[in-house]
Design a protein around this ligand. Structure first.
Ligand code: GTP
Ligand code: MG
Length: 206
């Protein structure tokens, strides 16, 4: 049997874009609707079998909350691969992703393989109607009490979300910056394995 090549991989990106969910999908083929924010970082491993080699990913899943930013260099130092994640329903998360890419290109291993990943595409897939603000019936009760919980907003069967980052925009940026590019859904699994397989293919054999 082939000896596994170990590859240190780090995930970076704004809080709540779905980094931990992508790892959970890749490693355990599971999804949790209300995944708790990561504190510090989490470590997981998973093998990826290619035709000519086996890669054992050593995955550092970092915390996106701003208070943990200063820890990130510990995790991307010596990393051979990085997955930088944004949320396709949140434009500001792509800006954050770009700033992570800049930081990696300045401070990480110069040969690092970087994949940019737009996650949560299940929320914007065709067949779901994006509901814009101002659509529908007039809201007679605009001043809602602060302590009223609006359960409708939590019901994702009825509540569709508008895409804020076009595929072409992110993919053009990725090409310009020399990154692999993917769109994924940790929820339904779309594109997740491909992210890791394509990274594995780009890692040189030792
Ligand atoms: P931090 O650890 O705080 O940096 O967040 P994170 O990037 O690890 O995000 P996490 O995986 O915890 O996901 C945040 C929330 O988004 C959770 O409630 C997930 O269930 C949800 N989520 C993650 N990925 C997807 C996805 O592909 N689709 C949908 N619909 N929800 C997702
Ligand atoms: Mg997390």
């Amino acid at each position: 049997s082939m000896k596994a090549v170990q590859v240190k991989l780090v995930l970076l990106g704004e809080a709540a874009v779905g980094k931990s969910s992508l790892v959970l999908r890749f490693v355990n083929d599971e999804f949790q609707e209300n995944k708790e924010p990561t504190i510090g970082a989490a470590f997981l491993t998973q093998k990826c079998r290619l035709e000519d080699k086996v890669i054992k990913f050593e995955i550092w899943d970092t915390a996106g909350q701003e208070r943990f930013h200063s820890l990130a260099p510990m995790y991307y130092r010596n990393a051979q691969a990085a997955v930088v994640v944004y949320d396709v329903t949140k434009a500001s998360s792509l800006e954050k992703a770009k700033s992570w890419v800049k930081e990696l290109q300045r401070q990480a291993n110069p040969n690092i393989v970087i994949a940019l990943t737009g996650n949560k595409v299940d929320l914007v897939s065709t067949g779901r109607k994006g509901r814009r603000q101002g659509d529908g019936e007039a809201d007679e009760d605009e001043q809602e009490d602060d302590d009223t919980v609006d359960d409708d907003e939590e019901d994702d069967e009825d509540y569709a979300v508008t895409r804020q980052v076009a595929t072409e925009e992110a993919s053009a940026y990725a090409q310009e910056a020399g990154l692999l590019f993917f769109e994924t859904s940790a929820k339904n699994g779309l594109g997740v394995a491909e992210v890791f397989t394509e990274i594995a293919k780009k890692i040189p054999l030792e």
